[in-house]
Each structure stands twice: as C-alpha cells, then as structure tokens.
Design a protein around this ligand. Sequence first.
Ligand SMILES: [Zn+2]
Length: 273
Amino acid sequence: MSSLSSDSSVRILVLGAHPDDAEFHAGAFLARHARLGATIRIVSVTDGRSGHQSIPSPELVEIRRKEAVAAGAVIQSEYVTWDFPDGSLTPSLEVRWAIIRELRTFQPELVLTHRTIDYHPDHRAVAQAVQDASYMVRVPKVVPDVPPVEREPIVAAMNDRFTRPCPFRADYVIDGTNEFEKMLDMMDCHQSQFYDWMPWIDRTAPPSSMVRADRLAWLKDWFLQFHGYRTNAFWKSAWGSTPLHVEAFEISEYAGVLSSEKSERLFPGAFSK
Ligand SMILES: [Zn+2]
C-alpha cells in the first residue's frame, strides 16, 4: 500500500457514457484525488436524453447537464456533458476524434472509462472509442488542428461485474470507505436518475421521502444492497477487514505504460494484486 501523499499536478479525465457513471463507478477515488489537489475533469460522452420514463428529451438533457455540473462541484471539478445521443452511441470516427481532441487539450495523466464488454451499448462504445484513440492521440495527421501529445495517458477501466469473455481484473483496489459519503453526495445531485429513473427501470421502490437526510439514507441502502458486491469481488482478506466500500481499476494494455513510481501518484493508497 502506498502513502496518501499530496500531489497537485495529477490530471485526471473521466470519459463515462452517461451523467452519473463517473461517481457511480469511481466516486470515492475521485473524491480522494480531489482532496489531494488533483485537477479532475469529468465528461459524459452522451447527453442523457433517453434515461427517463416521462420527462421529454430536450428537457431531460438540460436537467442532466445541471445535475452533472452540481455533482462536479461537490469535488470542485468540472463536469461536462457532450451532445452525442444517449442510448444510441456508436464508436464512430466522430466520437473517436472528439476524444482525441479532449485528450490533447486537457492532457490527462490518467483516463478512467468503461470496459469494452460492459452490458450497456453506450458504455461499450465509449470504451471502444477510448481504446481506438489511445494510440492515435500521438499521430499528428489524425485531428491535425490540435497538436499531438508526446505520450499516451494511462487508461484504466472502472469496475464492473461482467465475466464474458473475461472478468474484470482488479489491478488497483482502494478502500473508499472514508470517501463514501462524498460519493453519495455526488450521486445525490443526479436526482432524476437515482430517485426516479433507476427505481422505475429496476422496479424497485423509490425513496418514500425526498427530505435530504431520508433520501441519502435510501441511496446508501440501495447502493450497498445492489452494488456492494464490489467488496466481495475485489477485496482480499490479506489487506484487512472488509471495507464498507471498494473501488477497483483495470489498467488498459492499449495505452500508456504504468510504472511503479507513477502508480503511487495515480492510485494513492491503493492495494494491488
Ligand atoms: Zn452509464
């Protein structure tokens, strides 16, 4: 385990498919880095227009944009939503070029995204587009109006539970218990998702009260009940007693190479197998 040292020069870019993916999969990790002084930029590649049972799409896009900005503010980070259509994303050249442009302008040291075998087609499309951009970001004649970077960033996938054809490989695991409440604060900003859309699509009961303390208690119970699997899946007993909340990351073999010195900067306090 490495020490939790402060390094304000770390730049982290999250490329998630939807507004809420970053905090849902890596909220504690991002909250930790924010506390240590990293510069974090969160991108939702799609506009969130489809994930609701009743709100019209144009209105929903604006709601999702505001919810994302609020979630980013919880950790003093920029959170933007792009205009690609939620629910219909493909790993097109247009998406790849947008990602290359983003990588070259923001110049992150670490990029977080999904895996290419995720359940959701939008997640898979983002993961594929990031993989496709990971080398091309250095090729000057691709997206020629933005100068290429000298080195590819490190790319890591955020944890998932899918096993075909290969299960998630937890290269770095963090005990996110200390940052769990902050993660819930970020998720709480996405009210149209966690308290409305997800109960509807999952056929579960929404919060009985939207008083802040009540809905946060509901959110905590919901998360631990349906997504607490991460602790059993990724935590090793040799690291200590099982934490309340765990996040894990798998390093991409298609992007930058992670040295041991860099791993302490990018995954502070993490355990590795
Ligand atoms: Zn998503």
